[in-house]
Design a protein around this ligand. Structure first.
Ligand SMILES: [Zn+2]
Length: 444
């Protein structure tokens, strides 16, 4: 597609965080020109964005699409109860169709709120159907089947042998990694140390190096979790991951709330990526990550909503706002300012997935992953004299996203989704969760 977007305010998030008033020219999947009054003789389509704002599409580095249909089924619980009593039984009940519609429900919400790239962790079974939804929807994603070869309390359908977990992961990787010219990538996804044997984690380390793919896991989210790791391995969680050779720039760790000084040093020195999930951390009463410290130490920091049953939305506007606000009572009003948080939501996420040269900012030569916001409304006015980034972080909402473009493809235009059949997905989400609840052995 040869697409011209006219007369916008373009928040580039390039090195100098330049804001340009002008036009944006896209050919196929790439941004080819940015500037005032571009002369483009032949275009397939022109979008008039007069008075509107273009931002880089958000990159959410921790999502569970398979859990979207569990939204509202696991409220007001702490992590281990949330997992054992609600999430694992529901994940164990999933079938191919429910995985597909759960993914579509999540992707619809993500696209509608301006997220263009996700790092997604699926469940043990049927991950093929999440990839199918990702492929059809046009969203950019790193995804992988969850790996969990340890733990007797896990429902039977989620228990897997080490060898099977590895084989299925590699099969999915060979089928989906770099699908659609690299729009989809595979990421090995061991659930967390508590659910994985040392042998599995060692093999994941070797495979991630061999294939040069990311590893995406949870770490140090909860005090109970790190106590279990300490008891079983004699080591702190992050020290253990480092001991296995996993702590490097191919590792994305969700949460990282409870770290000691040595663990903080490991994360910084090894270039490990931290996915901060403030909404989930508050709702599961897990704690508050020390993000101002990480910013000062130049730790690679990005944002994610986590799963729908622990948030309960997949909305980057929520996460940006929370990431800024939760630190202020502790560290003062200048901690986690709007620019820092917006960077985490865009170019920070791109760095976490090793794609900072391709996505995360609006620059010539980069992929056309962006959202057009219409900020002409009561809650975002006045605009005069207001820092445009602060306006987005503190005043704008998901409802202000009008159009979303991923890989040069318009996936939502004027709030109408082009690749996700909204009515069908909403209906099938209800049918799916009803079937799963009937089947799941839920402990109250
Ligand atoms: Zn998670």
């Amino acid at each position: 597609m040869n697409l011209l977007i006219k007369n916008a305010e373009i928040i580039t998030m390039n090195q100098n965080e330049e804001i340009i008033k002008g036009d944006l020219h896209i050919i196929d999947d790439k941004i080819v020109k940015i500037g005032p009054n571009l002369e483009v003789p032949l275009t397939d389509k022109v979008i008039d964005a007069t008075g509107k704002t273009i931002i880089p599409g958000f990159v959410q580095t921790h999502i569970h699409l398979c859990q979207t249909v569990f939204r509202g089924q696991a409220d007001d619980l702490e992590l281990m109860d949330w997992l054992r009593n609600r999430i694992w039984p529901l994940e164990a009940s999933h079938d191919e169709e429910s995985i597909y519609y759960s993914a579509m429900l999540g992707i619809g919400e993500l696209i509608q709120s301006g997220t263009t790239t996700i790092v997604d962790m699926e469940t043990v079974n049927h991950t093929e159907y999440a990839f199918k939804a990702i492929a059809e929807s046009g969203i950019r994603a790193l995804s992988g089947k969850v790996m969990m070869d340890k733990g007797d309390e896990v429902p039977l359908p989620l228990q897997e042998k080490t060898e099977k977990s590895i084989r299925e992961s590699v099969d999915l990787l060979e089928k989906w990694h770099n699908f659609d010219n690299g729009r989809i990538k595979y990421a090995f996804s061991p659930r967390f140390v508590v659910s994985c044997t040392e042998q599995l984690l060692r093999e994941v380390q070797a495979l991630s190096e061999h294939y040069n793919v990311m590893v995406h896991t949870h770490a140090s989210e909860n005090l109970g979790e790190i106590e279990i790791v300490q008891r079983e391995t004699g080591m702190r969680n992050i020290v253990y991951l480092d001991h296995l050779g996993l702590a490097n720039n191919r590792l994305i760790l969700a949460h990282c709330i409870w770290l000691d000084e040595e663990e903080k040093r490991i994360i910084r020195d090894r270039g490990v990526h931290v996915s901060h999930c403030p909404g989930s951390n508050l709702k599961l009463a897990s704690g508050i990550a020390e993000t101002p410290y990480m910013v000062n130490e130049n730790v690679s920091l990005s944002l994610g909503a986590d799963g729908a049953p622990c948030n309960n939305n997949l909305d980057m506007f929520n996460e940006m706002r929370l990431a800024a606000l939760i630190q202020k009572p502790i560290h003062g009003p200048t901690a986690m300012d709007a620019h820092t948080v917006f960077k985490m939501a865009t170019i920070g996420g791109a760095k976490a997935v090793g794609m900072e040269n391709e996505i995360g900012s609006i620059e010539v030569g980069k992929k056309a992953d962006l959202a057009i916001l219409n900020l002409n409304d009561f809650h975002t006015y006045p605009s005069y004299g207001v820092d445009p980034i602060s306006r987005i972080v503190y005043s704008a909402t998901r409802a202000d996203v009008e159009t979303t473009i991923i890989n040069g493809e318009i996936v939502m235009e004027d709030r109408v989704l082009k690749t996700v059949n909204k009515r069908l997905v909403l209906d099938e989400a209800n049918t799916s969760i009803k079937r799963l609840l009937d089947r799941a052995f839920i402990k109250n």
